[in-house]
Design a binder for this molecule. Structure first.
Ligand code: GLP
Length: 269
């Protein structure tokens, strides 16, 4: 498995930042880290528990993982996955659901057992949402906690669907997995996926909380493109605030690596 070298490595309050020439190189570096974590966690605990993300950003990384699996270099036989989030309500058969995305981009192509791939359930009855999201956190804990959490970055600095809020840092750090209303910026960014019709975008989602995300033993944040540069810069060296959820990564910086392309790094100085 070839691992590209970063062009630059920066140390910022938000963690170690590795800058790659493009998204492809950063994704190959991410896939190599995944393979290392899978090997190390399996050796230490008999399984690797991976937190996964959706969106456009991680697609190349998943393609790399599939390619390594097809080459016989990487097995998911001892892997358990927990995704960050899912729209609510949504059917897993809806092509815009994150369950559908994960099946198409990763799960259908590797040796992962169906009962080891978890996403919050977009079909859970309204009255049982709180019970379901609380159970999700218990499942992660029962599996020994996340060895690795992969993150993408919303333009408004959200992680998973933990949207900007006016709460205190302590309150934000304690947020569990739960139902949330989507931020207007997030709805606007999702319109293209829902046939350009804002009325078709779900207004709510189920998201892994800030607390379980930051409890991961290692966090990989991917950010590509100039449109992410302001959020990257503010998150890694601006104030720690619930108004920019990715800035909360500064509280666990020793466990965080940012894999970014030159465009996303363009406001880092
Ligand atoms: C959605 C997801 C996030 C993701 C973000 C960025 O809001 N809930 O987990 O990080 O989009 O998406 P993209 O990678 O397409 O820029």
């Amino acid at each position: 498995m070839s691992e590209p070298a970063p062009l630059r490595v920066l140390d910022r309050p938000g963690g170690r930042i590795e800058v790659y020439p493009d998204a492809d190189a950063a994704s190959r570096a991410g896939a190599a880290r995944f393979a290392r974590v899978i090997a190390q966690a399996t050796a230490a605990r008999g399984r690797a528990v991976l937190g996964l993300a959706t969106g456009g950003t991680p697609i190349r990384l998943y393609q790399q993982l599939v390619a390594h699996h097809k080459d016989g270099e990487l097995s998911f036989a001892n892997v358990i996955t927990y995704n960050l989030d899912e729209y609510y309500p949504i059917s897993p058969l809806d092509p815009n659901s994150y369950r559908y995305y994960m099946q198409r981009n990763l799960f259908d192509h590797v040796d992962l057992a169906a009962n080891r791939t978890h996403l919050p359930d977009g079909t859970v009855p309204e009255a049982f949402v709180d019970e379901h999201t609380a159970a999700y956190d218990r499942w992660i804990e029962a599996d020994g906690g996340l060895d690795l959490q992969l993150l993408g970055l919303g333009r408004n600095g959200h992680i998973g669907f933990n949207e900007p809020s006016a709460c205190s840092v302590d309150e934000a750090l304690a947020l569990p997995t739960r139902r949330v209303e989507l931020h207007p910026v997030t709805v606007a960014d999702a319109v293209k996926d829902f046939g350009g019709d804002v009325n078709r975008v779900p207004k709510a989602a189920l998201t892994m909380g800030v607390k379980p995300i930051l409890a991961a033993r290692e966090v990989i944040m991917l950010a590509f493109g100039a449109h992410k540069a302001p959020a990257v810069s503010a998150a890694v060296s601006g104030p720690v605030t619930a108004g920019l959820p990715a800035s909360l990564l500064q509280t666990v910086a020793a466990r965080v690596v940012w894999l970014v392309d030159t465009q996303a790094a363009s406001e880092l100085g």
